[in-house]
Ligand binder design. Structure first.
Ligand code: HDD
Length: 719
């Protein structure tokens, strides 16, 4: 049975238009729906009882001849495949990509030529260090891997949500991963970088400095995959029809802006909802709120290769957008959830080496090593060389070659020959049948002696780490300091703690001083390594404060009990939902509550299962009876305290203002709130007479701010 993009019928028309052309062609023959079918074995034998194995007498031994039992257990015993060695935990979705205008100036890649053409894609987001069952909200890099099913074959863009990487040469990848993964003696800690081996590696590997700054920033705690940037990280080449090449870096820019959670919050979310990011993506797509990004490219001509104060081949460096602007050239839309997690999200296999004509590699030594690793690891994970025949990995283009046999081979290759050159089959499949269409590697002049050596131009490890620091807003800087204080504070080795302080003194003296203060280390005394004079001092594009803001798809909890003011609730709900926000009614028990006007309203979550950390904002409608009941609940006081502590918008109307008085929120003008019509102070928005359009507008504006960091100046909230 064909499943629509979303199970919500309202979205189906939109989805069908958006989804052309599909990879249905690949997936449809394999979809099996068991509705109204009798249970059978894998061999098609109909089965009448799957609850009792075959015994010799109802209390006797089980008989080996019970083929249904044997098959069922055997299949179960072999259900697991090895999890990915990194990026084990992931979530995927289908969609399409569409270019805005032809990119023929830079590349001949066909999927980047025609603005009327939609190329199907499958995207997998992931964390890096944790196992498959680990929590979504951990401090980590996020993977952002896109498979384009182009007319010229599969193109994979295997990126992350941070534009740089820990190391410059792929040969160190096993080292950095062994260091960050749980320690080898006790396999502790899960999905966390806050432990001795990781930081031991860091202090011994100065090239990690820039990436560590990103990892300690809130970029490592995304609010949603839908609110995350993506970066190809490595430098690739575009090659146009004339054979001219350009260096290119790839970007994904989320239309909802880039937004993150806060550290205190993510630790709680990990327990309350380990699937927080996965659920967010799934529910958004099911509800018709498709996830959208613009595709960006940065181009440096080959003639300008040496014009910058960084080496364009160094993957620990970004290309500041102020120096090399990002051109937004197309759009990615994710509009369909997978039908089966294992068949699609788990079995999908990406490789940065999968490119189409018009896209080529640079000599970036990290990229070069990646070209080997992905295929290699997939041979083990997916059981041999035929994993490109697994439906999710199959190209939409015709395949003809002499590759044969192997585990799980599905294709029945016809004829006698499986070699070139051949006369028996007129040399088919013929290489170069159509010269124009074949992949031709860029004709790069290569010259050098065999040597294990890092280029001198790769040796400045601190300038861009400082650039990142200098580009942060004050709250972002404070979060980075706190992240270091937490991570380094977890280290058993005092020596490593000191080395972190000394190393990051090269990035910023104040940063290092603040780390030292919290972790029992000596203040940094060493002279910072003098970075080069940077071409720019700060980059606006690096701070999330400058990102797009809005309330679309934001989740707002409504705290209410019997006797709440139904009119007020309806007014706020209508205003917020008109902007695309989602509201959930949270009350003491599930079922329904009655408004003071006598109308029933369904409760979405009860106090036992809902938590402030799972929402973007909270609204409390008036209604004396409801507010009096809420006041008596420690849960409710804690909910509001936490929302306040995590700097989220809080709205209260009419009698509900008195509930705020019972909480520990501080430094907002409660006196004004009790006496004035509409007050909006540090993200707390109130209206004495119930919601008016002025209240609704102010509350929407407060939610759209994402967070009100100014409140962090006060840390005394007991939540
Ligand atoms: Fe990698 C998976 C991204 C460097 C080796 N990598 C993997 C995935 C992403 C990235 C998103 C998950 C794909 C999926 O969802 O299935 N990796 C990156 C980025 C890098 C990077 C952006 C730096 C630019 N990776 C990197 C290096 C190596 C690898 C230097 C090895 C030399 N990566 C792998 C791997 C994985 C992988 C071991 C594990 C599972 C897989 O490939 O299929 O081959």
């Amino acid at each position: 049975m064909k499943k629509k993009e979303s199970s919500n019928p309202d979205n189906q028309e939109k989805s069908q238009q958006a989804d052309e052309p599909k990879i249905e062609k690949n997936l449809e023959p394999f979809r099996v729906d068991s509705a109204r079918k009798q249970l059978t074995t894998d061999l098609g034998i109909k089965i009448n009882d799957t609850d009792n194995s075959l015994h010799a007498g109802s209390r006797g031994p089980t008989l080996l001849e019970d083929f249904h039992f044997r098959e069922k257990i055997t299949h179960f015993d072999h259900e697991r495949i090895p999890e990915r060695v990194v990026h084990a935990r992931g979530s995927g979705a289908h969609g399409y990509f569409q270019v805005y205008k032809s990119m023929r100036q830079y590349t001949k890649a066909k999927f980047l030529q025609d603005p009327n053409k939609q190329t199907p894609v499958f995207v997998r987001f992931s964390t890096v260090a944790g196992s498959r069952g680990s929590s979504d909200t951990v401090r980590d890099v996020r993977g952002f891997a896109t498979k384009f099913y182009t007319e010229e074959g599969i193109y994979d863009l295997v990126g992350n949500n941070m534009p740089v990487f820990f190391i410059q040469d792929a040969i160190k990848f096993p080292d950095v991963i062994h260091a960050v993964k749980p320690e080898q003696d006790n396999e502790i800690p899960q999905a966390a970088s806050a432990h001795d081996t990781f930081w031991d590696f860091v202090v011994n590997t100065p090239e990690t400095a820039h990436m560590i700054m990103w990892l300690m920033s809130d970029r490592a705690l995304p609010r949603s995959f839908r609110m995350m940037e993506g970066f190809g990280v490595n430098t690739y080449r575009f090659v146009n029809e004339e054979g001219k090449a350009f260096f290119v870096k790839f970007h994904w820019k989320p239309l909802l802006g880039v937004h993150s959670l806060v550290w205190d919050e993510v630790q709680q979310v990990a327990g309350k909802d380990a699937d927080f990011n996965r659920r967010d993506l799934w529910e958004a797509i099911e509800g018709g709120d498709y996830a959208e990004w613009e595709f960006g490219i940065q181009i440096i001509s080959q003639e300008d290769e040496f014009k910058f104060d960084f080496d364009v081949l160094d993957p620990t460096k970004l290309w500041p957008e102020e120096l090399v602007p990002v051109q937004r050239i197309g759009k990615l839309v994710l509009n369909r959830n997978p039908d089966n997690f294992f068949a699609e999200t788990e079995q999908v296999a990406f490789c940065p080496g999968n490119v189409v004509p018009g896209i080529d590699f640079s000599n970036d030594p990290l990229l070069q090593g990646r070209l080997f690793s992905y295929l290699d690891t997939q041979l083990t994970r997916l059981g041999g060389p035929n994993f490109t025949e697994i439906p999710i990995n199959r190209t939409l283009s015709p395949i003809a070659n002499n590759q044969r046999d192997g585990m799980h081979r599905m294709t029945i290759n016809m004829g006698k020959t499986a070699y070139n050159p051949n006369s028996l089959n007129n040399d088919y499949p013929k290489p170069g049948l159509n010269e124009k269409e074949g992949y031709v590697h860029y004709a790069q002049a290569v010259n050098g002696t065999t040597i294990r050596e890092r280029s001198e131009s790769f040796k400045d490890h601190y300038s861009q780490a400082s650039l990142f620091w200098n580009s942060m807003s004050d709250p972002e800087k404070q979060h980075i300091i706190k992240a270091f204080q937490f991570e380094v504070g977890k280290l058993n080795s005092k020596e490593t703690r000191q080395k972190v302080v000394d190393m990051f003194n090269n990035v910023d003296h104040e940063l290092a001083t603040q780390i030292a203060k919290a972790v029992g280390a000596n203040p940094p005394t060493g002279k910072p390594q003098t970075p080069k004079t940077p071409q720019i001092k700060a980059s606006k594009a690096l701070s999330m404060e400058n990102s797009v803001k809005g309330v679309k798809t934001r989740k707002i909890a409504v705290l209410a009990m019997d006797g709440f003011n139904g009119k007020e609730f309806s007014s706020v709900k209508a205003a917020l939902e008109a902007q695309g926000a989602k509201m959930e009614v949270v009350s003491q028990v599930l079922g329904s509550i009655k408004s003071q006007e006598g109308e029933k309203m369904d409760v979405d979550k009860h106090f036992i299962s809902a938590s402030s950390v799972l929402y973007d904002a909270v609204y409390v409608p008036g209604g004396q009876q409801s507010v009096d009941a809420l006041k008596k609940q420690g849960y409710v006081i804690n909910f509001i305290n936490q929302a306040f502590k995590h700097c989220k918008a809080i709205g209260a109307t009419n009698e509900a203002i008195n509930l705020l008085v019972e909480t520990n929120i501080e430094n907002v003008n409660l006196a004004d709130m009790k006496s004035k019509e509409v007050v909006s102070d540090k993200g707390v928005v109130t209206s004495q007479t119930g919601p008016t359009s002025a209240f609704n507008d102010a509350f929407i504006l407060a939610i759209a701010q994402h967070r009100h960091w100014i409140r962090e100046k006060n840390e005394n909230i007991p939540a």
